[in-house]
Design a protein around this ligand. Structure first.
Ligand code: PLP
Length: 465
């Protein structure tokens, strides 16, 4: 899709090339929005792009994103040796295909699939694609069952909390499924099965449970949701499955909360997805989706590609996709093992606790979460005196100091509450956290000393989750 450039932000039609990097005689102006007729020196092209992206934020100081921003030198070496491999070319790169398979079995085992060696799953470009595939399997199974029973397949719906990530909205929009949102409230800040019977009916293809709600980092109560669905089945006969969107939490809970019941140990959990590029610790973009048993993935969603003279089942929205990230995932599995992953996630959680409680101690904030689920926490201003500033102003002040810490409204029914969130990832060391907390203290002090309100420019663009 072409992006329309609004006049005030549109850049000039030509890029001014610095004579220092241009070849003698090379044009000093290069068209920005159309292809030039002639060539540009590679060094010049590099410099132009390098200079333009200097204005991007520093990825390591980006505490808004869940996505990995740091890997070690061995991973980078492996990456640079394999970024030319296409994951779909299974026949040409059989070892990369085999390594994808090893990763799937490792993850299926981590999530307690009844038989990790036979279950179905795939790598994806990220959680969004993985969630779409989970949703599609739900829809297709429901359609098959309804058709077999001679019932209508006109009006499928999917039940989820109002705090779902936008990928679920997309799924419902793209595949004509009604999105049924259970609003979050102060008493039920995440999906926990409460009043689920009001939302589930014969057209419900499934329920989404999130391990690591994007807004706060809290785990939804998967076991309670499963129990509520058991009661619904006992009362109505409806057998509604769960997809766990474990974009972040599915790579945290196995290490930090091993006794928590959220995965395939719960029979109602048919499928689980995760972003390897979040707490799987791999560079973007890689995700995984796995089904509890092969029968839960309708066979008519699976295609085949050639592989070692035979064929191999594949399941994906895209065809071509980078293979390098899969190798990076396996590198980390080999390198870290269970203990290593636990240590890395624990270090992030320690930093999250340090920051969350440091912020709480300032006395003017209330924590909505403290990083005890995934190492992500959110806070709001305490109720009380009207202040001359808001969390949006604090976000702006921190941005001036290089830190990206978003503020945003909560979803329905808590949309009147503004919160601010920090995602602690591998790479935000305790040392950096100490500096960040000191910066927050200084900026809060500045804002608290204001003698008149900060100017308010009206509604802001909403931070996208
Ligand atoms: C709960 C949840 N689901 C899905 C996604 C989408 O993940 P991806 O960016 O890997 O497509 C996110 C991203 O933050 C998320 O937090």
């Amino acid at each position: 899709m072409t992006k329309k450039h609004a006049a005030p932000t549109a850049k000039p039609e030509f890029i001014h090339v610095n004579p220092l990097v241009a070849r003698p005689g090379e044009d000093a102006l290069a068209p920005r929005y159309r292809l030039a007729q002639g060539q540009m020196l590679p060094e010049t092209a590099y410099q132009v792009i390098h200079d333009e992206t200097m204005l991007d934020g520093n990825a390591r100081l980006n505490l808004a994103t869940f996505v990995g921003t740091w890997m070690d030198d061995n991973a980078r070496r492996l990456y640079s040796e394999s970024y030319d491999k296409n994951m779909i070319d299974k026949d040409e790169y059989p070892q990369t295909a085999a390594i994808e398979e090893y990763c799937l079995r490792i993850i299926a085992d981590l999530w307690h699939a009844p038989d990790p060696m036979t279950t179905m799953g795939t790598s994806t470009i990220g959680s969004s694609e993985a969630c779409m595939l989970g949703g599609l399997a739900f829809k297709r199974r429901w359609q098959h069952a309804r058709r077999a029973a001679g019932r209508s397949t006109e009006k499928p719906n999917l039940v989820m909390s109002s705090a779902v990530q936008v990928c679920w909205e997309k799924f419902c929009n793209y595949w004509d499924v009604e999105a049924r949102y259970v609003p979050i409230t102060a008493e039920h800040p995440f999906l926990d099965g409460y009043e689920l019977e009001r939302y589930v009916d014969e057209n419900t293809i499934g329920v989404v449970a999130i391990m690591g709600v994007t807004y706060t980092g809290a785990y939804e109560a998967v076991a309670d949701i499963a129990a509520a669905l058991d009661s619904i089945q006992a009362a109505t006969g409806l057998d509604v499955p769960i997809h766990v969107d474990g974009a972040s939490g599915a790579m945290v809970a196995p290490f930090l909360q091993p006794d928590l019941l959220w995965d395939f140990r719960l029979e109602r959990v048919h499928s689980i997805s995760t972003s390897a590029h979040k707490y799987g610790l791999v560079y973007p973009g890689l995700g995984w989706v796995i089904w509890r048993t092969p029968d839960l993935l309708p066979a008519d969603l699976v295609f085949t590609v050639s592989y070692l003279g035979g064929s191999m089942p594949t399941l994906a929205l895209n065809f071509s996709r980078p293979g390098a990230q899969v190798l990076l995932q396996y590198y980390l599995f080999l390198r870290l093992g269970h203990d290593g992953y636990r240590a890395v996630q624990q270090a992030s959680q320690d930093v999250a606790h340090y920051l969350a409680h440091g912020i709480e101690k300032l006395g003017i904030f209330t924590l909505l979460s403290d990083g005890s689920d995934i190492p992500v926490f959110a806070w709001r201003l305490v109720d009380g005196p009207i202040r001359n500033w808001s969390l949006y102003d604090l976000s702006d002040r921190l941005r001036m100091r290089g830190w990206l810490v978003p503020a945003y409204p909560m979803p329905d029914d808590l949309a009147q509450i503004t919160v601010q969130r920090i995602v602690v990832r591998n790479g935000l060391s305790m040392d950096l956290a100490v500096s960040l907390l000191a910066t927050i203290v200084e900026e809060v002090d500045y804002l608290e000393r204001l003698e008149s309100p900060m100017p308010d420019e009206g509604p802001r663009p909403v931070f996208a989750h």
